[in-house]
Unconditional design. Structure first.
Length: 332
């Protein structure tokens, strides 16, 4: 959905000569000022790019999305959706439950996040039982695909709901399963498939056919991969995630990419994910003469950085002057 919104936004640009440009930070992603540096430069560049510069939200959307509410906030929103349903506002409840699921997937993968996602799915199926039984069936099939052992609490769900769960469970079983092999560098990293904990890598899971978001719990929330599980009887699929690739992307820090020595495969993948025609890279550097902001451009043909521009940072509180200097000298 986020990717679709981005493409729609880009398609509205009427000037064919304007290049779709993305700006990301590189290295130092954990630094307190990492995001602000990128933000300052983006603000300075936007007027000169004539609408061609992607916003922070659009850029992060292709790399996992910006987090909005945290887990406690989303748990309260889930409780609020239930209250809305019991208060006769089913449509409002569905809308909020969908937002809860979307925002939860922008947070760090964890068992607690899955508990929230599971409860949101189970509640959504309950909300639509009378008005949209087909939607309830789709939601329950999705839930049981990820968690085949799901059992609704009889104290919270009526017998008709439990009957719908068993019907959906039979349909999921009838679809059969295939194997998905997940490796992670480094091994031992927890793996999550569409939010559901799958164990520590390397791990093999049996899943019904379909597309799944595969994530790993690196030291930071990185980017996942959408992987297709083939139909039963077809050759199984496999995916490898790496802390140096998927785990090096920090969507909420500008975004920022922990390149660590200029790994071309990482920058090349980010360029492809962003779908932009131009990728600008911003980093900071401490020298004997003081700190600098450095701006380069990724060249997909040579798979290297080019066109370095440097601007001195007068003081930590005057980074905007360095950003203004870089923006003025960059060729649009």
């Amino acid at each position: 959905m986020l990717g679709t919104l981005l493409l729609l936004a880009l398609s509205q640009n009427g000037d064919a000569s304007v290049r779709r440009t993305a700006l990301v930070g590189v290295d130092g992603c954990e630094a307190p000022l990492a995001r602000s540096r990128v933000t300052l430069l983006r603000e300075q560049l936007a007027p000169r790019m004539r609408g061609g510069l992607l916003s922070e939200a659009d850029t992060a959307g292709r790399l996992g999305g910006l987090p909005a509410r945290n887990l406690p906030d989303l748990r309260r929103a889930l409780d609020g959706a239930r209250d809305a349903f019991y208060g006769g506002r089913a449509q409002k409840a569905v809308q909020e439950l969908d937002r809860v699921q979307d925002e939860a997937l922008r947070l760090f993968p964890s068992d607690e996040r899955w508990a929230l996602l599971r409860d949101a799915l189970a509640t959504r199926a309950l909300v639509t039982m009378k008005s949209e039984p087909q939607a309830t069936d789709r939601t329950l099939r999705r839930l049981l695909t990820l968690d085949p052992g799901f059992e609704p609490d009889p104290g919270d769900y009526p017998p008709s709901y439990r009957k719908a769960v068993e019907q959906a469970r039979s349909a999921v079983k009838a679809a059969g399963v295939n194997r998905l092999d997940v490796k992670v560098e480094p091994p031992g990293t927890p793996v999550f498939v569409s939010g559901h904990p799958a164990g520590k890598a390397p791990v093999s899971v049996q899943m019904p056919p379909g597309d799944y978001l595969v994530e790993a719990a690196f030291s930071r929330r990185g980017v996942g991969r959408v992987v297709t599980v083939p139909r039963a009887g077809d050759p199984p699929n496999a995916v490898t995630l790496s802390s140096g690739l998927e785990g090096a992307v920090a969507p909420g820090a500008g975004p920022c990419i922990a390149v660590k020595g200029g790994r071309p495969e990482l920058l090349g993948r980010v360029f492809d994910l962003l779908g932009a025609e131009r990728l600008l890279l911003l980093r900071s550097e401490q020298t004997t003469s003081g700190p600098y902001l450095i701006l380069t451009e990724w060249d997909p043909r040579t798979r290297s950085e080019k066109g370095e521009l440097r601007a001195s940072i007068p003081s930590p509180t005057l980074q905007d002057l360095a950003a203004k200097d870089l923006a003025a000298r960059l060729q649009p």
